[in-house]
Design a protein around this ligand. Sequence first.
Ligand code: GTP
Length: 311
Amino acid sequence: MSRTETPFRAGFVSLVGRPNAGKSTLTNALVGQKVAITSSRPQTTRHTIRGIVHRTDGQLILVDTPGLHRPRTLLGQRLNDLVTETLGEVDAIGFCLPADEKIGPGDRFIAEKLAGLRRRPVYALVTKTDRVGREALAAALVAVDGLGREALGGESWAGIVPVSAVDGFQVSTVSDVLIAAMPPSPPLYPDGELTDEPEAVMVAELVREAALEGVRDELPHSLAVVVDEIVPREDRPADRPLLDVRVHLFVERSSQKAIIIGRGGSRLREVGTSARKGIEALLGTPVYLDLHVKIAKDWQRDPKQLARLGF
Ligand SMILES: Nc1nc2c(ncn2[C@@H]2O[C@H](COP(=O)(O)OP(=O)(O)OP(=O)(O)O)[C@@H](O)[C@H]2O)c(=O)[nH]1
């Protein structure tokens, strides 16, 4: 048997970038199965959700961080702390910058934060290449390189990789580059394991995704979802199990509660139906989903409430 020169490599990778940069979609494309919740609304990825890329030459544990942004509320500050904490633990960082958007203050803010970390190799991933032509892509790559030189004092990124999670262009190149940056290590997780998130967090994300579908831009920050319990219904025949899933949705104002609930409860019923399908697929069991909407005034600014809501 021939022994290969390259050792097995395994480690942690964090994808960062401003809201909507394509982090969740790229995570899903790399892992090959939906683990993180994507949405066309910014900042839906509230929790750190890990997907795992298994290859014969290595393993990547992807930590999908919340969108880095300037702290405006206490919640924003907590998110940033979480991001900084997460970034301190990883072996490499993928900085996602959409090819179809100009570099803005949000990107510069993140670039500066990353420059402060120094120790970690940071790869610039120029996402959504399917949305631009060759020339625009070339210009985006030059701009991203410039951003790196500016932030890192002449050095630029450890690498720049254009990628499209939608048409699959260079997705495997991204994992090649990231695996090469991992330390030699045996696999850190058994094969087949896609996420180590507790089920409740996944359930909460599914409810959150359904509740935000088609509603106003300001709502994402005002909505917290807490799973109270997931319990098997008693007195069910063994071949027809049913899980009771009880969930609270917390909003800040009665106007927001009205949006979530809809006229005569119509919207909440739709949210429930749509979330239930996802939860049943996730848990592999029929589910009775019980949703309650509550107002927790100014929860984003109140440390006690934040703690109660799991932040
Ligand atoms: N055309 C195209 N669209 C993409 C691609 N990647 C992501 N998108 C879209 O861009 C939007 C944002 O993608 P997400 O993956 O949710 O972005 P994110 O960075 O995780 O966003 P936050 O959770 O808000 O931080 C979604 O509407 C995606 O469908 C891509 O490669 N090509």
